[in-house]
Design a protein around this ligand. Structure first.
Ligand SMILES: Nc1nc2c(ncn2[C@@H]2O[C@H](COP(=O)(O)OP(=O)(O)O)[C@@H](O)[C@H]2O)c(=O)[nH]1
Ligand SMILES: [Mg+2]
Ligand SMILES: [Zn+2]
Ligand SMILES: [Zn+2]
Length: 229
């Protein structure tokens, strides 16, 4: 969250955002859609993860993507190659997606398609390790990515993201042998502040861990259908 000159202003802002998130969540639940909010610093591997997820799961599940980027549609164009609806949202100067922007995306999805046909909406947030974690968008689960190149101290330095995450993907583990990063220390640092988080180390390059991620996705969809019906 950016420093505000008025604490009341900050509370109002987050309150308004939460109302929008509740609105989005009602849509998702009414349509039987599970929504993930995918967050990390720039370059941790969100878009590559989405590419692998779409290529592996889009036959089995009906997936749509909401792609948040400050200015370009570069990531959205990469994901459109997988033949799924990709709604691009340019946030302009904002460093995170908020619930209103995502509402624009899901209303657009509902306008162009029958939303009840979808199982999963993947939201790729703006690359930023701080602000996205504070703005709920109506998701069922928050997915944080931390690449081994970022160092094992980052969960301690940017705690909110790691406290909020339901699932942490430790990415680019194929690079770990070339670095001093200790994956066990990352896990310990995160578990200290968030004992219930699911932690899955993956490499999109070698494919290691991706099946564990796909199984987690399937289990979440199953669980949110059971809860909403
Ligand atoms: N070695 C390696 N590179 C990866 C992996 N995942 C992503 N990358 C690279 O990291 C860079 C950023 O990936 P991208 O998905 O665009 O990150 P985003 O900014 O979080 O969406 C790209 O050059 C990817 O090829 C991985 O598992 N291993
Ligand atoms: Mg990206
Ligand atoms: Zn609505
Ligand atoms: Zn910010």
């Amino acid at each position: 969250m950016h420093q505000t000159f008025d604490a009341a202003l900050e509370i109002n802002l987050l309150h308004a955002n939460q109302q929008g998130a509740d609105h989005n969540r009602e849509h998702f639940d009414q349509w039987g859609i599970t929504c993930f909010n995918i967050m990390s610093s720039p370059g941790a591997g969100k878009t590559v993860l989405l590419e692998k997820t779409l290529s592996h799961l889009s036959q089995e599940l009906k997936i749509a993507v909401i792609e948040g980027d400050m200015t370009t549609e570069l990531d959205a164009d990469r994901l459109r190659l997988y033949g799924v609806p990709v709604i691009a949202i340019n946030t302009g100067r904002s460093c995170h997606l908020d619930s209103k922007m995502v509402a624009g995306g899901i209303h657009q999805l509902a306008h162009q398609y029958n939303p009840s046909e979808f199982d999963l909406v993947l939201v790729e947030n703006v690359g930023n390790l701080v602000c996205p974690a504070e703005f709920e968008v109506g998701e069922h689960a928050k997915i944080a990515l931390l690449s081994v190149t970022e160092g094992e101290d980052k969960p301690l330095k940017y705690p909110i993201m790691f406290q909020q995450a339901d699932c942490l993907l430790i990415t680019k583990i194929d690079l770990a042998p070339y670095l001093d990063t200790d994956i066990e220390r990352i896990k310990n640092n995160v578990r200290q502040m968030n004992p219930h988080v699911t932690i899955i180390p993956i490499s999109a390059k070698t494919g290691e861990g991706l099946n564990v991620w796909f199984d987690w996705v399937r289990a979440q969809i199953h669980q949110s259908l059971v809860i909403s019906h």
